[in-house]
Design a protein around this ligand. Sequence first.
Ligand code: F0G
Length: 459
Amino acid sequence: MQVKTIIEPFKIKSVEPIHMSTEAEREQYLKTAHFNPFLLKSEQVIIDMLTDSGTSAMSSEQWAAMMRGDESYAGAKSWERLYDAVFDLTSMQYVLPTHQGRAAERILYGHLGGKGKVFISNTHFDTTRANIEFSGAEAFDIPIDEGKNHTVFHPFKGNMNVIKLEELILKHGADNIGAVILTVTNNSGGGQPVSMQNAKDVAAICKKYKVLFVLDCCRIAENAYYIKHREAEYKNHSYKKIAQEMFALADAAVMSAKKDALVNMGGFLTLRNEQLAEACTNLLIITEGFATYGGLSGRDMEALAVGLVEVFDDAYLNYRIKSTEYLGEKIREKGVPVMYPIGGHAVYIDAASMYAHIPLHEYPGQAMVCELYRLGGIRCVEVGSVMFGKYDADGKLIPANMELVRLAIPRRVYTQSHIDYVIEVFDEMMKTRNTVKGYKITKEAKLLRHFTAHFEKLQ
Ligand code: F0G
């Protein structure tokens, strides 16, 4: 018998109670948090969709592996296990363990960057861009045009525009290109996948001009799912084999293990070039730690090594992608303007069209994250003008390209009934959408203001 229902492919061994707050309590919590969900306490949240990063539930095998953690300063067995798992996947000889993704970024892009250097990506994640710009270099995003239109279907909206890639390399000169970075899946572009063909095309151009090709691979297993199901040539490949093939195309990779390695903290940098690896290892030792542990304890390396294997399990990936799609499709049926198709780790909503009556300088995305919290205790993040807006010389807002709200789904944490609860909250979100008011910022930091800003609700 072929059963259509997809179940969570795990049993729950340890549970974390959720405090079921009331709407009246949440209104109070929201006021105390100055209408910024980042300032809420986690116990005030019913369903936490702020991020899929570092929020995974670890498996019994990962917890068991942690007991094997070898905490020796140098040459620990746990390091050997992590090295073997990473090498098996990436085929890159040099592996540098870091405490999370941005530490790997700072080491690599800090070394390759500097004034006059240029980095090119399908879309730089914000910490990637920040590390590049902090070095004095410039970062250019060149997603394909379909990637910017969130109503049309395209199987690989995360692809890089390879015509523009070649133009940019020629314009700036190959010697001035710090690296070309392919982010899989493309987080800032809506969690959309990158095809193997696109990765091959990017690799060929990088090879032609002798430019370093880096994979930002924190969601590479989720990306492999889409390749298997949307790129005919790969339909009989295993997810792991697809990932191995993609790594084989690249010269280097940075990974935030907090995503597809199913751990709460960790990351790494892998390289093929010996000289580059030596330079980066020196930087690793200065700020992260010795080469055989970097930013990680032995037990962290053990859990990471197991997570890298578990994430490629067929049943897990099927459940993961299908459950994200389930949330997206169900709220789309209710008329919620979601980015389409649904990406791997999150559902993105176009707040500017949901709340067309709220002008951009009154932050429709912020209004939506506050409403989702007020009505359902659901915490998520605005990815719009609060996060990326700038001011002109007269203090007028220059809005972001899009006013999105991201509902990110932690791995192996919520069951279908949690997701059905979120879907039901959207009934009320749709009913009351015309009455929702905008917000003004009353306090903000100069950099990355979304984390700490205070807001006031407009009347
Ligand atoms: N690259 C990508 C594509 C990411 O999504 C992230 C983090 C990083 C690099 C940085 O890794 O957090 O371990 O230092 N993304 C998280 C998110 C924060 O919520 O999307 P990190």
